[in-house]
Design a protein around this ligand. Structure first.
Ligand code: HEC
Length: 131
């Protein structure tokens, strides 16, 4: 049932956009808002239907000692961090998102390769962080 709901959300959100990175907010609202909420507080309309709590994404920096955990967020979105809420070990969003290839610096100075849309969404979430 949960998988059917997730599939439905993803279908309603529409196909991946063209190669140019779309604005992070627009991508966030269409791909993530149903569960995480418009303001990323974990209160989207789908949250009540899930059996695991949807995290408040505005608290990620606070929870990480004041530093936004950009690399973890990128990995959570593209599917490398296996999250039950994102469809298990399958990299659900990594395949749906586009924007061409992009890299960010990992916390240890290593380079993390991902997609432009993933970076745009991570930036949008960073802007929503609570102080
Ligand atoms: C079907 C509902 C759903 C959708 C859609 C969804 N998420 Fe999630 N997300 C969850 C749930 C539930 C969790 C809790 C973690 C788990 O599954 O173990 C989570 C966890 C996360 C985490 C880890 C937070 C933490 O506490 O470390 C991040 C970051 C995240 N989501 C970002 C996103 C982004 C960005 C999108 C859109 C690209 C998205 N999510 C779409 C349900 C969803």
């Amino acid at each position: 049932m949960r998988h059917a709901l997730i599939a439905l959300t993803l279908t309603l959100a529409g196909p991946a956009l063209a190669e140019d990175p779309a604005p992070g907010e627009e991508l966030y609202l269409s791909r993530c808002g149903a569960c995480h909420g418009v303001a990323a507080r974990g209160d989207g309309p789908m949250a009540a239907l899930l059996t695991i709590p949807v995290p408040d994404l505005t608290q990620l920096a606070v929870r990480n000692g004041g530093m936004f955990p950009r690399a973890d967020v990128v990995r959570a979105i593209d599917g490398r961090l296996s999250l039950v809420g994102h469809g298990g070990p399958m990299p659900v969003f990594g395949r749906l998102l586009g924007g061409g290839s992009a890299v960010i610096d990992g916390p240890d100075g290593s380079v993390i390769q991902t997609k432009g849309d993933v970076v745009a969404i991570a930036r949008h979430i960073e802007e929503l962080q609570a102080e």
